[in-house]
Design a protein around this ligand. Structure first.
Ligand code: ADP
Ligand code: MG
Length: 248
């Protein structure tokens, strides 16, 4: 049964590399405006799952439905991005010699017509949207700061802001808390919970304190399939999960 508010639906997705199954008939759903987390040991298939959803890797079999009918596996990365799926990689693409505002302005301009804003004035609507996004990413008081002067965490938030300006309906975030201080980690969990009010957010992460702070459903991936899902407390009590992942 597929609920009406399902935004993304992976159905039996298999990806093989030289006969090795990185994803093994993987199925799961993401609902509209839902925050969810995916955990699992190294090599579980987390990044491969994101590659499939974003059109970077074509699966051997299975479908990835967006809004119920569009099968994303038929489209390439650019097409998928334009359909409203954003992906945040670990390494930020923030330009160090530009200010927070300028980085955001560039991201807004790059949305449809690259270079347009370099020669034309930013519309007042665009400027308002950048203000809103700066508020969301907790950088309103850093508007004129250079990218280079931001902390690691602030750069990650700016990167998220740049993605938000593409107005994705689904945001995929790969290990956002890596390398962050404890305070930045909790602020990032807060930020992602805020973002999920307006769009779906899927977070892949290792840091259990961070996952707990997200207060969201968790899916445990193992050998390319779902091992368990539910609340963090629920999956942490699952014996299979303890055996493969948490039983350190
Ligand atoms: P995770 O992100 O959960 O750590 P990955 O999705 O990166 O796991 O990888 C899953 C498995 O697939 C790993 O065993 C990895 O070595 C393998 N794999 C991923 N990408 C490729 C590739 N392009 N070629 C060959 N093997 C790959
Ligand atoms: Mg990975």
């Amino acid at each position: 049964h597929i609920p009406n508010d399902t935004l993304l639906y992976l159905n039996n997705v298999t990806v093989s590399f030289d006969g090795f199954r990185a994803l093994n008939e993987l199925s799961f759903m993401v609902r509209e405006k839902e925050l969810s987390a995916i955990i699992g040991p190294n090599g579980a298939g987390k990044s491969t799952m994101m590659d499939v959803v974003t059109g970077k890797t074509r699966p051997d079999s299975g479908e990835v439905f967006f809004h119920g009918e569009v099968d994303l596996t038929r489209y390439d990365e650019t097409e998928v991005a334009n359909m409203g799926i954003g992906r945040k990689f670990q390494k930020p693409s923030v330009i160090e010699s530009l200010t927070v505002w300028e980085n955001l302005e560039l991201a807004l301009a790059g949305r449809r017509t690259p270079f347009a804003s370099m020669f034309g004035a930013l519309s007042s609507k665009g400027a308002r949207r950048i203000d809103e996004v700066m508020e969301l990413i907790r950088l309103s008081d850093r508007k004129a700061w250079l990218g280079a002067s931001l902390s690691h965490g602030q750069k990650q938030w700016l990167e998220i802001g740049m993605l938000l300006l593409q107005e994705p309906e689904l945001l995929l975030v790969d290990e956002p808390a890596a390398g962050m201080t404890d305070e930045e980690t909790f602020r990032t969990a807060d930020l992602l919970r805020d973002l999920a009010r307006e769009r779906s957010v899927v977070v892949v992460e290792h840091d259990m304190a961070f996952i707990r702070a997200l207060e969201c459903p968790v899916m445990v991936l193992h050998e390319g399939s779902v091992l368990a899902s539910g609340s963090l407390d629920h999956v942490q009590q699952n014996q299979k999960v303890i055996d493969v992942y948490l039983g350190r």
